[in-house]
Design a protein around this ligand. Structure first.
Ligand SMILES: [Zn+2]
Length: 321
């Protein structure tokens, strides 16, 4: 059965105004919860899950630990890992889901899939789209600068991901179902240009800038929903991020991996990296958290890594040739 997913409804409001009388299963992480719990007295929390890893065994264990508690709705409070786990629980338990992002750090808040680590790579399993996302722009403005607007990396990956998609087309390497569609490519470029324009404002925590960053994330996700795959925004930059994370061990936020990867891959693609670097810096995305020896090692193993994990063809497959 083929289906086209939707985006969540969005409400802009302070978290302190939330009144939820239904029994809430809270899915969160300690730092995120500590940052906003004072504003969330309106949640009727009857069970809590703290997520630390992105794999289904961990998530299944967490779910069994609250099996005898009653909940009518799930609230996810935090970043991408929290949202991915909450989407998994909501799909399995057949419960509605509300997501409260504490930073605009990734696009996972609004996608229909959850990223899991398996065999040294990241795979996406279909879960569900949250029914609702509540954006408290004051909370996001006050998030740590390095994650506040780091979700720009999941829109800026259009620069390298869409390049790969077109490259694969020119090489006759796009599989059935991922055929290159020029107008979709053009739409992706337009979203990319929107996000580069709002980078400075979003990065300094300006509310209109953050709203525009959200708009760009939403359009990027829905464009991928329409075509049924992520090639307009996912390519060698994400492959590099997955591979280097596997080399280094988990720990760095998604933006810390994808941000530098966009610059590395764009350079290999022969693109002008100056506007990309400017936008990443404006959004305070850390660009030097991956040690140089890790970068060198990962670039060496990347073509084989991409083939082993059956990743859609991009420039990463051709490195070293
Ligand atoms: Zn991503």
């Amino acid at each position: 059965m083929k289906k086209i997913w939707n985006l969540p409804n969005v409400t802009f409001m302070p978290f302190a105004y939330i009144e939820e009388p239904r029994e809430v299963l809270l899915v969160t992480s300690t730092p995120a919860w500590n940052a906003v719990k004072a504003s969330l007295c309106g949640l009727n929390i009857t069970a809590t899950i703290e997520v630390t890893e992105a794999n289904t065994t961990h998530w299944d264990n967490l779910q069994s630990s609250i099996e005898n508690r009653k909940s009518e709705i799930i609230y996810a409070v935090g970043g991408g890992l929290t949202a991915d786990a909450a989407k998994f629980f909501a799909a399995k338990m057949n419960l509605p889901l509300v997501v409260l992002p504490t930073a605009l750090s990734v696009d996972a808040f609004i996608t229909a899939a959850s990223g899991i680590r398996r065999d040294g790579c990241v795979y996406y399993i279909e879960t569900k789209v949250p029914e609702r996302i509540i954006l408290d722009l004051d909370t996001i403005t006050n998030a740590p600068a390095s994650i506040r607007a780091a979700g720009i990396t999941d829109v800026m990956s259009i620069a390298t991901g869409a390049w790969d998609w077109k490259f694969a087309h020119e090489q006759g390497r796009n599989p059935a179902g991922m055929e290159f569609i020029p107008w979709v490519y053009d739409n992706a470029q337009s979203i990319l240009s929107g996000v580069l324009d709002c980078a400075e404002a979003a990065g300094r925590g300006d509310k209109d800038g953050l709203k525009t960053l959200y708009d760009c994330l939403a359009l990027e996700v829905q464009l991928c929903n329409q075509v049924g795959h992520s090639r307009p925004e996912e390519g060698s930059e994400h492959y590099f991020a997955y591979a280097v994370e596997n080399e280094m061990g988990h720990g760095l936020p998604h933006g810390d991996l994808v941000g530098p990867a966009i610059l590395l891959i764009a350079k290999l693609q022969g693109q002008d990296t100056a506007p990309l670097e400017k936008a990443l810096k404006a959004c305070n995305v850390p660009l030097d958290n991956i040690p140089q020896d890790m970068i060198d090692r990962t670039l060496k193993i990347l073509p084989e890594y991409c083939r082993r994990h059956n990743l859609a063809f991009g420039i990463a497959h051709t490195l070293g040739n």
